[in-house]
Design a protein around this ligand. Sequence first.
Ligand SMILES: [Zn+2]
Ligand SMILES: [Zn+2]
Length: 133
Amino acid sequence: MVLNTMGKIAVKCSECGTYSILDIDLFKLKSSKSFHCKCGHKILNANVTKGELVLNIDCIACEKQHVYRFKFLRVMKQEINIISCPTIGMEIAFLGKDYHVNDFVKKYMDDMFELLESLGVIGLGNVSRVKLK
Ligand SMILES: [Zn+2]
Ligand SMILES: [Zn+2]
């Protein structure tokens, strides 16, 4: 069986609130790697040690850093892992297979836009939707 070690992680930036969708290759994370948002803010640090993927995520909900550990095999098998803030419970990141991560982010984006629209915060005319493949 060939295991796919490529995954994606979507992390919501604690500075500007946008989701960044990052490619991660588990086999290339033997040394830790930092990921940055488009705005320049560091949103994630990832590395693999002792068969576990260790993620340091800058939390948008409580503005602290959280450490998450996932079993290597689980990351490769699980379709999607929802990562939420342990303090507030809000979803801050999604980790998983390519298409699932994209779907999740799209769903959450849509929900967010609908909510903001219904609250009258934004009008339909000035919404710039983020296009996902
Ligand atoms: Zn940002
Ligand atoms: Zn948090």
